[in-house]
Design a protein around this ligand. Structure first.
Ligand code: SAM
Ligand code: SF4
Length: 359
C-alpha cells in the first residue's frame, strides 16, 4: 500500500481484505475517461434508498424500499469508494435516500475523511436536513466542509404537504447547526409549478441573508410518483426572467464542476444556481458517476444503463472484476440524458426514483 495513504478505520463489523488498488504510481489503474473523452473525477454514492420524508416529486407515500440484505455494508461502501479513488475520483458526495438515516453512517464519513488531503480532495453530503442538528459537528470533525441541504419552502404547512411530513423546524435547526459547526451550506430547491413558484424569491432572499448559496432545480421525470410530472414542471428560464424583473442578476463564471449555471444577485449579495436539464442540456461537461446503495452503477442519471458493482465486489476476484465493471460503465456512459418533459400522462422516462441514485 502507498505510504501516503492512511490506513482506514474499521467500521464496526470485521473487515474482509482491503480492495485498495494503489501501489507504485506506475502501476496505477487507468483514470476514468468515457468514450466521449469526459474525465470522471466525481462519485455520488448513495448509502440508502430510505428516507424520513416523502417529497411528492421524489417518491410516493407508500414507497417500496430495497431489501436491506441487498444494500452494501459500510465496509463495502468504503471499499467501493476506494476503488473509485484509485482510478482518479477526487470528490465524493454521500447521498441517498436520506444518508443521515443510515445507522452508523458517520463511521463511513470518518473513514473516508481520513483520506482527505491524501488521495481525496473533497467529501460532501446531500441531505434533507432533518437529522443534521445531531450530526453536523461529527461531519465537520470527519472533514466535511460543505453540505447541500434540500429545502423547497419555508412555509411549514406547505412543507408538510410537499414532503408529507411536518418536519420543517427540524430542517431549519439542522441548517443552523451546520452553519454553527462551520459547514458551508448550499440550499437546493426544486422549482415546482403551483407549489413554491411564488415563494422562490423569499426563499432565495432568506438563504442569502443566512449566508447560504441557493440552487434551483428543474423537476425530472424519475420514477412513478402520484402527481403528474408535467403539472409540477416549472421551466427555470421563466423563473429567471421573473427574478430579473425584481433583482439585478449578473452571470457568474463560478463553476462547481457540476451542471449548475450561476448568477450573482446584487440586492441579496448572494449566488444563485440554476440546474436546467430540460431548458439547457448540461451533459457535455459531465464528470460524474452514480452508485446506488446496492452497488448498481448508473453512468447517467437520465438513462437506463447499469453496471452491477456489488457482484464484482462480492466475487472471488474483486479487484479485477471491479476494474472491468468500471471500464464497462465508461464504455456505456451515454453522451446525453434521455429524459423529456413534454407529454402528459407518460410513464416516467426513467423508472427508478431519484431516491435510488441520489440526485
Ligand atoms: N434526501 C436527500 C435530500 O433530499 O437532499 C438526498 C437525496 S435527494 C433524492 C437529492 C436531491 O434530489 C434533492 O435535492 C431533491 O430535491 C432532488 N430530487 C428528488 N427527486 C427529484 C426529481 N424528480 N426531480 C428533480 N430533483 C429531484
Ligand atoms: Fe427523501 Fe430527498 Fe427524496 Fe425528499 S428528495 S423524499 S428528502 S430522498
Amino acid at each position: 500500500m502507498n505510504d501516503d495513504v492512511p490506513t482506514q478505520p474499521t467500521p464496526k463489523a470485521a473487515r474482509k481484505p482491503d480492495l485498495i488498488l494503489l501501489g507504485d504510481p506506475a502501476d496505477r489503474p487507468a483514470p476514468l475517461v468515457d468514450s466521449f473523452q469526459r474525465r470522471i473525477t466525481y462519485l455520488r454514492l448513495s448509502v440508502t434508498d430510505r428516507c424520513d420524508l416523502r417529497c411528492e416529486y421524489c417518491m410516493p407515500e407508500r414507497m417500496t424500499f430495497l431489501p436491506k440484505k441487498d444494500v452494501l455494508t459500510l465496509e463495502e461502501l468504503y471499499d467501493l469508494a476506494t476503488g473509485f479513488i484509485a482510478r482518479g475520483v477526487t470528490k465524493i458526495r454521500i447521498t441517498g435516500g436520506e444518508p443521515l438515516v443510515r445507522r452508523d453512517i458517520i463511521d463511513l464519513f470518518t473513514a473516508l475523511g481520513r483520506r482527505l488531503g491524501h488521495d481525496l480532495a473533497e467529501l460532501t453530503l446531500t441531505t434533507n436536513g432533518t437529522q443534521l442538528a445531531a450530526h453536523a459537528e461529527a461531519l465537520a470533525r470527519a472533514g466535511v466542509r460543505r453540505v447541500n441541504v434540500s429545502l423547497d419552502t419555508l412555509d411549514r404547512a406547505k412543507f408538510a404537504e410537499l414532503t408529507r411530513r411536518d418536519m420543517l423546524p427540524q430542517v431549519l435547526e439542522g441548517i443552523a447547526a451546520a452553519k454553527a459547526a462551520g459547514l458551508k451550506v448550499k440550499l437546493n430547491a426544486v422549482a415546482l409549478k403551483g407549489v413554491n413558484d411564488t415563494e422562490l424569491p423569499d426563499l432565495i432572499a432568506w438563504g442569502h441573508a443566512q449566508g447560504h448559496d441557493v440552487t434551483l432545480i428543474e423537476v425530472m421525470p424519475l420514477g412513478d410518483v402520484e402527481a403528474e410530472r408535467l403539472d409540477q414542471y416549472l421551466p427555470l428560464d421563466d423563473v429567471r426572467k421573473g427574478l430579473a424583473q425584481r433583482w439585478t442578476l449578473t452571470d457568474n463564471s463560478y463553476a462547481s464542476g457540476g451542471p449548475a449555471r450561476y448568477v450573482d444577485i446584487a440586492e441579496t449579495g448572494g449566488r444563485l444556481g440554476f440546474i436546467t436539464p430540460h431548458t439547457n442540456n448540461f451533459c457535455s461537461g459531465c464528470n460524474r458517476l452514480r452508485v446506488t446503495a446496492t452497488g448498481q452503477l448508473y453512468p447517467c442519471l437520465g438513462g437506463g444503463e447499469q453496471v452491477d458493482l456489488r457482484a464484482a465486489l462480492r466475487s472471488d476476484a474483486p479487484e479485477t472484476n471491479l476494474a472491468a465493471a468500471l471500464n464497462e460503465a465508461l464504455r456505456i456512459k451515454p453522451e446525453k440524458h434521455h429524459f423529456r418533459m413534454d407529454s402528459r400522462g407518460a410513464s416516467p422516462a426513467v423508472p427508478r426514483h431519484m431516491s435510488m441514485t441520489g440526485g
